[in-house]
Ligand binder design. Structure first.
Ligand SMILES: CC(C)(COP(=O)(O)OP(=O)(O)OC[C@H]1O[C@@H](n2cnc3c(N)ncnc32)[C@H](O)[C@@H]1OP(=O)(O)O)[C@@H](O)C(=O)NCCC(=O)NCCS
Length: 178
């Protein structure tokens, strides 16, 4: 058995991630915002874990300039956390999350990291040092050919503390990638 972890550019590595990501995230009818079904951004980078040359785990990494409590912040985002159903409970997602946080820390100084998750995954992230964010989070969604700023209230945001440890206030992710 040989395990490899590597980080690749988001767009170009989509074909490598696609089978695992598509199998892990079936369309969810509850994920509706005023603009329609949630439109997910594509990751800037992806963490892959391979076991015997098979992709068994994936984590997407996002970079955004946003605001929190009115101040400009540099955010890291995490999403698309998925382990192949035959390879769960071996520590792969924990390992890939650690690699994602380390990558964000190494790249540039960031203020904190954010993810959103369904209730049944909250304990998983809490055990790995993420904290529930109790404030309001706004995201950018397309509405026709325009961009709309929308309150994201269909899943709970979680934050990973770095320079700041936000727990409340207004968090706005509607900025550009850094
Ligand atoms: C959520 C998900 C990513 C977890 O992946 P995973 O690789 O099984 O995660 P880990 O192995 O790191 O941790 C899972 C559990 O296995 C346990 N575990 C880790 N290594 C283990 C081992 N060698 N033996 C037994 N259990 C182990 C962990 O302790 C953890 O339990 P805990 O949260 O109670 O501590 C996976 O279930 C999945 O892909 N789900 C579908 C997609 C999804 O919901 N993604 C999350 C979006 S927010």
């Amino acid at each position: 058995m040989s395990i490899e972890i590597d980080i690749q550019t988001g767009d170009s590595s989509w074909p490598r991630a696609q089978p695992l990501v598509m199998a892990s995230f079936p369309p969810d009818a509850a994920m509706i915002l005023p603009t329609g079904p949630v439109q997910w951004a594509n990751p800037d980078l992806r963490v892959f874990i391979e076991d015997d040359e098979e992709v068994v785990c994936h984590v997407g990494i996002y970079r955004r300039i946003g605001t929190w409590k009115g101040r400009k912040i540099r955010l890291g985002g995490v999403g698309g956390v998925a382990t192949h159903a035959d390879h769960r409970r071996k520590g792969y997602a924990g390992l890939a999350l650690t690699a994602a946080i380390q990558t964000l820390r190494d790249e540039r100084s960031i203020d904190f990291a954010v993810l959103v998750c369904r209730p049944y995954n909250e304990a998983f992230y809490e055990k790995r040092g993420w904290h529930a964010f109790g404030g309001e989070m706004y995201v950018e969604q397309k509405s026709g050919d325009k961009s709309a700023r929308v309150l994201f209230d269909v899943m709970k945001p979680y934050v990973f503390d770095m320079r700041y440890g936000p727990r409340d206030g207004v968090l706005d992710l509607c900025g550009l990638p850094w």
